[in-house]
Design a protein around this ligand. Structure first.
Ligand code: NAP
Length: 284
């Protein structure tokens, strides 16, 4: 059995990656206390002891606001931590997948769908950290793969402490009578984390570099939810278009699928996958 090391396995994505590949790979999922990713020597000795074939690096400060509040700490975790994993993976000959984000496209003056080759200048610290991590990791390990993930969801809660997401927030609200507000000026893909986990195996064979890695969607959040409600036969009257998000400026994080599709990896369309997940969640 091939060996897979997952960092951040107590978090939202890492726990699902472990869940998805349990039984198929021999999994090592060191917690923060066992392997602090900001400690280079600890990371190198951890990987030397374990000798993984593949590394999926999910540990991070994933909250945009927390990065702004704790800039030095988030830089250490999101940039130095990623570089330590990329470097240690090269030393032990493991293929390293790093979690980047569609936030590298925040603040872009170019209209989406954004391509990986676009020159980007992220408008928030988290996005700048992710971009810097991509660049520095490729310098120390040209074979590593940075996956630009979009906003992810799951209908299940695996761990009471994990952060919430788009789908579970929506599912909790549909049982109330409150008006549901979604930005009409925020265009982005939203992706089932289980689909991301499934496609990681194909990503193990990708050439080193940066890849957009999430469901396509050209619509705003409001238009996406409106269309979802129509497809599900739900009342759309309770939906309200919010034009105030992001200081009233429109934001376009939509990602081109061309490079990922060229490598044989296809994500379902945001709306199509959400309809399927919502129907399944409601039946359960
Ligand atoms: N969730 C999304 O929608 C989304 C979208 C785009 C990109 N991403 C990226 O995808 C990755 C996974 O995101 P997520 O939502 O699963 O994150 P998350 O739920 O916030 O989990 C973060 C994990 O990192 C661990 N961690 C933090 N500092 C650490 C350190 N110094 N050493 C070792 N472990 C440490 C945490 O463990 P402790 O709690 O024990 O510290 C936790 O297990 C991140 O890189 C994130 O930026 C996420």
């Amino acid at each position: 059995m091939k060996r897979l090391l997952v960092t951040g396995a107590s978090g939202f994505m890492g726990s699902r990656v472990v869940d998805f590949y349990r039984g198929k790979y021999e999994i090592c999922a060191p917690g923060h206390g066992e392997m602090d990713i900001t400690e280079e020597a600890e990371v190198i000795s951890g990987l030397r002891d374990w000798r993984p074939d593949y590394v999926v690096h999910c540990a991070a400060i994933s909250d945009i606001g927390r990065c702004e509040q704790e800039p030095e700490r988030s830089l250490r975790i999101n940039v130095d931590g990623a570089v330590n994993l990329a470097k240690a993976s090269a030393l032990v000959g493991a293929k390293c997948l790093l979690c980047s984000s569609d936030q590298v496209y925040a603040g872009s003056i170019v209209t989406g769908p954004h391509r990986e080759t676009e020159k980007v200048t992220p408008g928030n610290l988290y996005g700048r950290e992710k971009l810097l991590a991509e660049e520095k990791c490729l310098e120390v390990n040209p074979d590593c793969v940075s996956l630009r993930l979009s906003w992810m969801y799951d209908a299940r809660t695996l761990n009471e402490k994990e952060h919430g997401d788009f789908l579970r927030t929506l599912l909790a609200k549909i049982r109330t009578s409150e008006t549901l507000r979604y930005p009409g000026n925020d265009m982005r893909g939203i992706t089932d984390v289980n689909e991301v986990a499934e496609h990681l195996e194909a990503a193990f064979s990708l050439k080193g570099g940066v890849y957009n890695f999430g469901s396509p969607n050209a619509k705003s959040m409001y238009d996406t939810v409106h269309s979802l409600f129509e497809k599900l036969g739900w009342e759309t009257e309770r939906l309200a278009r919010d034009g105030e998000a992001h200081g009233g400026n429109s934001r376009d994080l939509t990602m081109s699928q061309e490079k990922t599709n060229g490598a044989g990896i296809y994500f379902m369309d945001t709306e199509e996958r959400l309809v399927r997940c919502i129907r399944a969640a409601i039946q359960n």
